[in-house]
Write a protein that binds this ligand. Structure first.
Ligand SMILES: Cc1cc2nc3c(=O)[nH]c(=O)nc-3n(C[C@H](O)[C@H](O)[C@H](O)COP(=O)(O)O)c2cc1C
Ligand code: FES
Length: 629
């Protein structure tokens, strides 16, 4: 690789890369993000390599492995450029047909196209699929355009031009000013103004200063940061180098969890390639700016994502938080000024420098600018990673992008912000995605988890799930968090097994207030959010569990029982055959099937297999005996 000694060298290289590429030439891209790899996309790549070679097409048609497209549940995703035809759930056996029909003959293979679940209409082009059509993919779009293992792909689409602009056309203060003026707020949870944090670190009197990428991503179900780092590591790196330049740091760290092996691999490769080109290291692009980056692999504890815990972990100590009377921006890593930002925050920086702060500030709402990536999961037809402009409503995300709730069920709530967030009930679904609006509604943007819940979700059980997660993840250093979470879990467990007391709701509220005021770090101070928001919006459901010993959603096992209605049972025995504990037997005398309640583990298999035309299994409160009419 030639060393680039100036911005002009970079531009020359970009022209050369693009001149060697014919934009009309066909390119078949196969998603090779973690989701699609799990659906065996590598086998599709291998089959394509063989098929293209077998037909002597390897030099005529390009094959590119890309990062995550976001629609992982439909993977492996194959897109044929330049026309953008999109095949979903492609298998190695489909490959000969893809090559002969689509690549050579221009025909579309209908069965591999997206099928609209409502209209059953097939959609051919990637950007016409509703899941993509309503998104604004400023960050994720590049994932589909490049092979993350090839720096030339990033350079070809304008990569590192923001760095060259920053280094040669802007003073560090001006780069910082642009980030401030853009209104960018941290995507890691709290939404702290990024420019302000950069300024604090820059102005802190001590040296050296550090810049750090937070790619710990411990929220259950969230994978935005993983997909960005895996799919476009250079965008994060470019943002980090610009941050170092603006803040006055010559050393950066990328803290990424060990459970993200592909993200680690692609980031390592990105660092090595950037260094070879002279985009990292000494005298970047011939300027007098030096910058190096080290990767630190985290051991996967949720609390290690907290700023002071993360820095402690980089120092080689236990990843536990410390009191932050002095912020880490002033006294962080090895007690030196350290600016920590989330993966998505860093990835926005090159966009701001390239397009200008005004452009970025023109996107979104008054106090929340740009776009936000969410991992849309739960009871929703289309699940995956979605990037939307700030200000889009939750309803638009769930219905226009997510395609609504499956099975005609009623939407009950959406949970945002992961374990530190809360629930937003259906009645508030027109709330825009905005840091402050979500906070006022008792939830938070968090890092971007968005879980859709339907009528079959029990809100008490959901709060119990998050408290259980946090009780396990609490580092135990401070009493309010360690003991508060244990007590909360104890109370919630009691409620969900029908042993709740009249005073339990008030006790939960009192404990919450105590934790919010006294816990050491934001794990403890935000831990009550799932509990408080469910009490606020679904108090009646808590009361049903406590007073009537009833779980209205039919989730809490101790409060439900399965019985067989003898009047409609046709005696087919399907339920008995599928019962894992042999709890269902036939009462030959009365010619009916019965469920032994002591043996039943309430797995619901009988309900699932009872023929829809029969529907003899009844899920209801325990103690009800059904007799023939
Ligand atoms: C328990 C806990 C876990 C956290 N985990 C993450 C994480 O995985 N990724 C992240 O970017 N921020 C996480 N944060 C927030 C960080 O402490 C910090 O505020 C953030 O990385 C700053 O980046 P930003 O300003 O770009 O949002 C966590 C905070 C807490 C309290
Ligand atoms: S990994 Fe392929 S779409 Fe996400």
């Amino acid at each position: 690789m030639p060393k680039l000694n100036s911005a002009a060298d970079l531009e020359r290289l970009r022209r050369e890369i693009n001149a060697a590429r014919d934009p009309r030439r066909r390119c078949i891209t196969v998603c090779s993000g973690t989701g699609c790899l799990a659906s065996r996309s590598q086998e599709v790549v291998t089959a394509l390599q063989k098929e293209l070679a077998g037909r002597g097409l390897q030099d005529k048609i390009d094959l590119r492995r890309t990062g995550c497209y976001g629609f992982c549940e439909q993977g492996p995703i194959v897109v044929i450029e330049p026309d953008g035809s999109c095949y979903l759930r492609a298998r190695p056996k489909d490959v000969p047909e893809i090559v002969s029909k689509t690549l050579l003959d221009g025909q579309i293979i209908t069965r591999l196209l997206y099928e609209d679940p409502q209209t059953h209409q097939r959609i051919g082009r990637f950007e016409d699929i509703p899941f993509y059509k309503h998104q604004k993919r400023l960050l994720l779009a590049a994932n589909a355009m490049l092979d993350p293992k090839r720096i030339d792909d990033y350079i070809a689409i304008g990569g590192y031009s923001a760095l060259a602009k920053g280094l040669f056309k802007m003073k560090p203060e001006r780069v910082l000013d642009q980030v401030k003026l853009s209104g960018l707020r941290g995507r890691g949870g709290g939404g702290f103004p990024t420019g302000k944090k950069w300024e604090t670190t820059r102005n802190a009197p001590d040296e050296p200063k550090y810049v750090i990428v937070n790619a710990d991503e411990g929220d259950p179900g969230a994978y935005m940061d993983r997909s960005l780092l895996e799919g476009n590591p250079h965008s994060v790196l470019e943002g980090l180098i610009l941050g170092g330049y603006a803040i006055g740091a010559s050393e950066g760290f990328i803290y990424v969890r060990q459970e993200y092996p592909l993200a680690v691999e692609n980031t390592r490769l990105a660092l090595a390639q950037a260094e070879e080109y002279g985009l990292l290291g000494r005298n970047i692009l011939g300027s007098d700016f030096d910058f190096t980056v080290r990767i630190h692999r985290g051991a996967g504890a949720f609390v290690s994502g907290e700023s002071s815990a993360l820095m402690s972990s980089i120092e080689g100590r236990v990843g536990e938080p410390r009191p932050k009377y002095i912020h880490t921006a002033v006294k962080g890593l090895w007690d030196k000024p350290s600016c920590l930002n989330n993966v998505e925050t860093w990835a926005n920086v090159p966009l701001i420098i390239n397009h200008g702060a005004e452009w970025f500030a023109g996107l979104g709402t008054k106090n929340s600018k740009g776009t936000k990536i969410f991992s849309l999961v739960g009871k929703v037809n289309n699940t995956g990673l979605v990037e939307v402009p700030m200000g889009m409503t939750l309803r638009q995300i769930v219905y226009d992008i997510g395609g609504g709730v499956p099975g005609g069920k009623r939407l009950k709530a959406v949970q945002t912000g992961g374990p530190s967030g809360g629930v937003i009930p259906e009645s508030m679904l027109d709330l825009p995605v905005d840091f402050d609006e979500l906070y006022q509604a008792g939830s938070m943007m968090g890092s971007g988890g968005l879980i859709v819940m339907d009528e079959d979700t029990c809100m008490v059980d959901m709060a119990r799930y998050y408290v259980d997660f946090l009780a396990h993840e609490s580092c135990g250093k401070c009493v309010p968090c360690r003991e508060g979470l244990r007590q909360m879990l104890h109370i919630l467990n009691r409620i969900t097994v029908g042993e709740g007391k009249e005073s339990d709701i008030e006790l939960l509220e009192e404990l919450s207030q105590f934790m919010q005021e006294a816990a050491l770090c934001a794990l403890g101070t935000t831990a009550p959010n799932p509990v408080l928001s469910t009490i606020r919006h679904f108090r009646a459901e808590y009361e049903d569990h406590i007073r009537d010993k009833r779980c209205p959603a039919g989730v809490c096992k101790s409060l439900i029982a399965y019985t067989i209605n003898p009047d409609v049972c046709i005696g087919c025995g399907t339920c008995a055959k599928n019962c894992p504990t042999e709890a269902i037997t036939k009462d030959e005398e009365r010619d009916v099937y019965l469920i032994d309640q002591d043996q039943c583990i309430k797995c619901g298999s009988c309900l699932a297999v009872c023929p829809p035309k029969v529907r003899a299994i009844v899920k209801g409160p325990p103690g009800v005996v059904l007799e023939r009419a």
